[in-house]
Every structure is written in C-alpha cells, then in structure tokens.
Write a protein that binds this ligand. Sequence first.
Ligand SMILES: Nc1ncnc2c1ncn2[C@@H]1O[C@H](COP(=O)(O)OP(=O)(O)OP(=O)(O)O)[C@@H](O)[C@H]1O
Length: 613
Amino acid sequence: MKGHRSQTLSRLLKLVLTTSPWMFVISLITIILAALSNVIGTLFIERLINNYITPLVKQVQQGQDPNFGPLAYAIAVMFGIYAIGFISNYLFNMLMGILAQKVQFRVRNEMFTHMESLPIAYFDQNDYGDIMSRYTNDIDTLMQMISQSIPQFTNSLLTLIFVVSAMFILSWQLTIFSFIVFALSFGIVRFLTKKSSHYFQVQQQKLGQINGYNEEMLNGLKVIKVFSHEPEVKEDFEVYNEELRKASGKANTYATILFPIMGNMGNLLYVLIAFVGGAAAINNWAPLSLGAIASFLQLSKQFSMPIAQISQQLNSIVMALAGARRIFQLEDEPAEEDNGVVTIAKNQKVDNSWFWQVPEKDGSVKDVPVRGHIIFDHVNFSYVPEKQILHDISIDAKPGMKVALVGETGAGKTTISNMLNRFYEIDSGKIIYDGIPIKQIKKDDLRKSLSIVLQETHLFTGTIMDNIRFGNPNASDDDVYQAAKLSHADEFIHELDDGYQTIIDGDGGDLSQGQMQLLSIARAMIADEPVMILDEATSSIDTRTEKMVQAGMDNLLAGRTSFVIAHRLSTIVNSDLILVLDHGHIIEAGNHDELIKQKGYYYELYTGKKEIQ
Ligand SMILES: Nc1ncnc2c1ncn2[C@@H]1O[C@H](COP(=O)(O)OP(=O)(O)OP(=O)(O)O)[C@@H](O)[C@H]1O
C-alpha cells in the first residue's frame, strides 16, 4: 500500500512538473520564501527590542531627546519582510491554483482520449458509475490536493523546520523545555480525545439501540395493545433510556474538559515559556535578552499550528492519492490492440464504391473491391475463460445476402455480431471478409465497412440534420434529404415545426420510438456501408410506423450483405439465410421455406408452438 502511494506520488509530481516546469519552480521558491519570511520577521523582533526599543527607552529615561530614525528604519525593514511573505503567499496560492487547473485539463484530456482507445471488454467489466467518478470525484480531490494540500503541507513543514531552527538559535534550553511541555499537553489531549471519542461512540450505539427499539415497538403497537404488554415495554424502554443518558453524560464530561484544554494549549505553553524564560534571564540560567524572550514567545505560538496543519493535510493527501491512483489505473489500462494492415477507401471520383487496400509483400498496394462476402469458419468464442458462448459457428454470407439470426435470449446472436466488428477476439476458427482474414484488417477500417443499427436507438443532442449526418460528416444537405426519403423518415420530419432543424435532446426528446428508429435508419443509410448489422428493435411501435420502419429497412438492406438479429419472425421471412441458434450452437440453417419443411425448432417458433423468450 505504501509502495503504491509513493509510486503514485512520484508519478503525480512528474505530471505537475511536466505540465508547467516554471510554474512549479516559482511556486516552490515562493513557498520557501513565505515560510522563511514569517520566521525571519519573528526573529527580527529580538533586534527590534534589543537594538532599537530598549536604547530608545534608556534615552528617554536619561532625559535625552529620543531619536526615532533607526526605529522607523527597523520597522520599515520588518514591514518589508512581512510584505515579501504576504506576496509570496499570494503568489504560491495563485500559481498552484492555476497549475492545478492545467493539470486537471490535461488529465481529463488524457483520460478521455485513452478511454476511447479501450476495448469494449473494459466497459463490460467496469461499472459506468465507477468510471464516471474518476472524472468527477477523483479529479476534484486531485485538484484540491495540488492547489491546496500539497502547497500548504510543504509550507507548514518548512515553517515548522524554520521555527524549530530559530527557536534553537535563540535558546536551546528554552526549546527543549517547550518540547517537553508540548509533548505533555499533546499526550493529555490524545488521552482525552480517545476517551471522549470512545464515549461518543457508545452514545451513538445506545442511540441506535433505543431508536431500533422504538421503531420495533411502533410497528408492533397493535400487537402490544392486544396483549396488554405496555408495562413491560415501558420498563424495557426505561433501561435503554437510562443507558443512553449515562453514555451521553460521560461523553459530555470529557468533551467539556477537552475543548477548553485544546483551545488553550497554546496559551498555556505561552505562559509557561514566559515564566521560565523570564526566570532564566533574571537568574542568569541562560543568556536570554528581553528581545530574545519576546521573539521566542512569538515562535512558540507558531510552533503548534503547523503540526496540526501537517497532520490534517497529510490526511487529505492520502485520500487524494487514492483518487490519483484510480485515475492512473484507467490511464494504464492497455489500449485495444490492432495489428491490422488492410485499410478501406471509397472511390469518390468514379462510382462511390468501397475497396480494400491490401499491402503486398513487394510494398505495392492491391485494391480489392468490397463485396461484403463474409465467412465464419468454425468459430469458437468465450467472454470469460471456461464459459464458452459460441460453439463451432460456420456461416457463409454471400454478397448482398440477408442473414437472420434467430434464437432465445442469451443464445448468442449479439455475440456473433461482436465477433464481426471485433469488439472481442475469437478463441479459434476464422472470419474471412472478401477473402481477407479480418485480423489483417485495421479495426477502424473494418468498422467503417459495417453499419450497425442497434436495438436501442441512441441519438445525440443537436438538430435532426446533424443526427442523420452523423453517419457521414461529409454528406451534403441533399444527401441527408435523400437518405431521409429512402428510409421513410422524411415524412414525419416534415410534420415537425422546424423540420430538419428541429433540435432533439440526447435521449430523443419528444420523438416516438418508431421515429427514432427511422432516424437511425437514415443515419445508417447515409453512411452507405457495404455490410449491415441490424439489432432489431423489440419495442412495440404502432403498425403504421412499423410498416414504414420495415420499408425503410428493406431499402437500407437492398444490395448489402446484412445480419439481422431478429426478435420478431415476421420481419425475417424474406431472408436468404435464417440461422437458428441455441446456446451458442447453430441448430438449423436455411431459408424460411426450407426451415418450415424441416418441421424443427424454427417451424415450432413460426407456428407459435414455441415462443422466443
Ligand atoms: N460482455 C459479456 N461478458 C460476459 N458474458 C456475456 C457478455 N455479453 C453477453 N454475455 C453472455 O453471452 C451469452 C450470449 O449473449 P448474447 O447477448 O449474444 O445473446 P443474444 O442472443 O443476443 O440475446 P438477446 O436476444 O437477449 O439480445 C449470454 O449467456 C450472455 O450472458
């Protein structure tokens, strides 16, 4: 645990240092200056009294005309010292604040950029709330730590070192005496704190008990009355109440002793030092001047404060380090690997057709037209070891074919599409795309060739126009209208007050489920990708919209290889190939007529003897 902390701390310091080296260095210098000027100012009291005030008093006593010049000069010097302290204090607080903002900005950027490169598996294994809290809570505590805890901690530590050194310079005897008194009072406070927190805990516990009892009795009030148990209940209650009274009394007694002692510990130390210092000076036990005692007294007041601050800041630093660690953990997550070399491009000059760019051994690049021929060859897969999900899956989806995946929930339909877009890697077998093993295709390019229309339609905050154009940022307005017409979304868009400029919220705003689906079809249409994966919507929409969605889909799928994850059989009857999945196995394959003839699982589903659950 400690090893983690020092690792995190050194990484954090590196982060701060590299974000703005000059700010960091100036902050450090100003922190030192602030602590130093504080102590030097206090030490200066000695000279002020010994060299300026005492001679002046003597001059007055001897009836001479007092010369205030040197004193005024000394006060100006002292003012200068404290002014440097004040400015340094202001500067380091301001600089560390700005630096913390810069670090925060950088960390957020790094985290977000890295998050985008993580494999889908990471998001399956980690809770969204947990990831989000790294952006909010953890960054906040980190920010606080850089802007406040670390500078204040350093300041307090330096002040403590300087104060103790100055105390030793003035009088080692008095310093040791102060340490002893401080240690004693610290011991007493600790003892009292322990005692009082113990009794406060007992008080809380008794309070819990009495509340629990109250609640139980209130709930069972009728039963108590029916059985005339009131006297017994009252007796029990009185026992609990008495215990609570005793515990509260003790907790209060210690608290009332503790708080005044804590509040006045500094004063106690002050009085004792004044007494001992005075006695030492008068009796010549230690070479102490009046000025030295005054300075020392002032220092002794400054001595206990940084100790309290250090322990306080240390706590928040430890907490923030835990947050920083969680941030670094996210940043250290291995990014999604990609060894692909084949890329995809669109022939925009001739016919807008897609083609693969396959690097050859001799360094040249061969163009292979994208046809959308996808073969699964004996594919096996498991999300987690020892729990195989897909078993020996073989599919030959020829260009332009509509392949439907049917099966109960959890049968593995979505998993098959996850294999195709390589959200996960298969355990064994092969997936071949237009004759190219998909492992050789760059993931980004592979995904560019696949359009996915998900069950859950997700739209982004913006206009309808923007949302359709999301599929292809280069599309012209006319392309958007064309796609909306083909997908049958155009009709309802025209009925909206602002038409294509209607703003929708992230969650779809006032649009119906069906309208959102039409928009997502238009979005896929404009992306114009050769292969479609369609996770069919399960939500029920009205029949008229359903017909429009169906017609839009048919237009979208025409001429493209498509995989339809079907939840309703009515939409896939016209598929070229229907695959029936059961616990990750393909148990039947063929077109509708063939499967009906087989009188197997599909037949039972279609005739309603079985239901898709
Ligand atoms: N990320 C994951 N990690 C571990 N197991 C998973 C993961 N996703 C799915 N599974 C499991 O894999 C199996 C197949 O799930 P899949 O989502 O492919 O089924 P499906 O047929 O698409 O179901 P549905 O019709 O409900 O969408 C299920 O047992 C599921 O619990």
